[in-house]
Design a protein around this ligand. Structure first.
Ligand SMILES: Nc1ncnc2c1ncn2[C@@H]1O[C@H](COP(=O)(O)OP(=O)(O)OP(=O)(O)O)[C@@H](O)[C@H]1O
Length: 321
């Protein structure tokens, strides 16, 4: 069963075509894992009694709008609509990629989904629960169920903290287990992201970019979240390391039944990881649907244009089964 994110926009928008054209060829595609699911998530403790008919869409945004007040060239106050009436859903256990050029509003949507930023209007639902209605304990619990992974793992990992402390921190903040239990959990998390346990005693500055991003993923997994919002999480990595991290993310998704909202400007990455794609331009959705449809069934003239523009690479892009 495959129900794409809903959108009222026309398919095959020229803007999406431009983005596809800019995508490099693909070296690999998503690797399926045979591991069984069944891990209890923090979300089960949060709102299971509130689940409504929309529960298939673990995250849903409706008519989401964000207007910033900015200063004009002459210092005058102006408004900027960064996100304009955006609606889409993210199906449980799948990956929805939010794509678009720089400044199209992707991170602003991500920050509203994570409740790091309040919408000007519109609603974010998690398991059918309107986030704006949550406060106190319920909001604190929500923080466990939705975790971010950002682009720059060096920037987001405190260089003064050992890797143990970095990964342990969310467990401490949420008062999960005693010191021994937390140590065991950090060791388990390092196993999950395929880092040696000896890394615990190292510092972020001693690790490679790929290793640091594995640490960031381990930290995001610490509280057994249901949803991970990845904002340009592999953009700073070279292509080979990128492929390794994408493979790890796909395996973790299968093992832990994770739901990903994956923000990127890179359609080659989208093709490797996404089930559904939402394309944004100037704060609005211009196209949305299943990844296979967005990539594999372009209009004939579009295919021709693409093949002409990027010989070889484009053929490979569309011949991936
Ligand atoms: N706090 C803020 N105050 C004012 N304007 C902002 C703020 N945050 C974002 N913007 C503006 O909103 C628009 C959308 O930014 P956003 O970061 O969401 O885009 P993006 O698609 O994620 O691009 P990028 O990948 O470059 O971050 C941009 O014009 C940006 O300058």
């Amino acid at each position: 069963m495959h129900s794409p994110p809903e959108t009222t926009q026309d398919p095959r928008h020229p803007y999406t075509q431009r983005l596809v054209k800019a995508a490099p060829s693909l070296a690999s595609r998503r690797i399926e894992s045979a591991h069984a699911a069944g891990v209890e998530t923090a979300a089960d403790e949060l709102v299971s009694h509130d689940v409504d008919a929309d529960a298939e869409q673990v995250v849903r945004v409706e008519n989401l709008t964000k207007v910033f007040e900015v200063r004009g060239a002459k210092g005058d106050a102006k408004t900027l609509t960064a996100v304009d009436d955006v609606s889409f859903g993210v199906r449980r256990g799948t990956t929805t990629a939010l794509v678009g050029e720089s400044g199209s509003g992707k991170s602003t949507v991500a920050n509203m989904v994570l409740k790091l930023l309040e919408p000007t209007s519109g609603t974010v639902f998690h398991r059918g629960v309107d986030l704006s209605t949550l406060s106190g304990d319920k909001l604190f619990a929500l923080r466990r169920t939705m975790q971010p992974v950002f682009q720059n793992p060096y920037g987001s990992l405190d260089p003064m903290y050992s890797i143990f402390r970095v990964i342990e921190e969310p467990l401490r903040v949420h008062q999960v287990g005693d010191r021994a239990a937390r140590e065991a959990r950090v060791a388990e998390l390092l196993d999950m992201v395929a880092l040696p346990r000896s890394v615990m005693r190292r510092y972020p500055g001693e690790l490679s970019g790929g290793q640091r991003q594995r640490v960031a993923i381990a930290r995001a997994l610490a509280l057994k979240p249901e949803v991970i919002v990845l904002d340009e999480a592999v953009s700073a990595l070279d292509v080979l390391v990128q492929a390794q991290i994408l493979r790890l993310l796909a395996e973790l998704q299968d093992e832990l039944s994770l739901t990903y909202l994956f923000i990127t400007h890179d359609l080659a990455v989208v093709r490797q990881i996404a089930d559904d794609v939402v394309v944004m331009e100037h704060g609005r959705i211009v196209e949305a649907g299943p990844c296979e449809e967005i990539f594999a069934n372009p209009q004939e003239s579009y295919t021709r244009e693409l093949i002409d523009a990027v010989p070889g690479a484009s053929i490979e892009l569309y011949s991936v089964p």
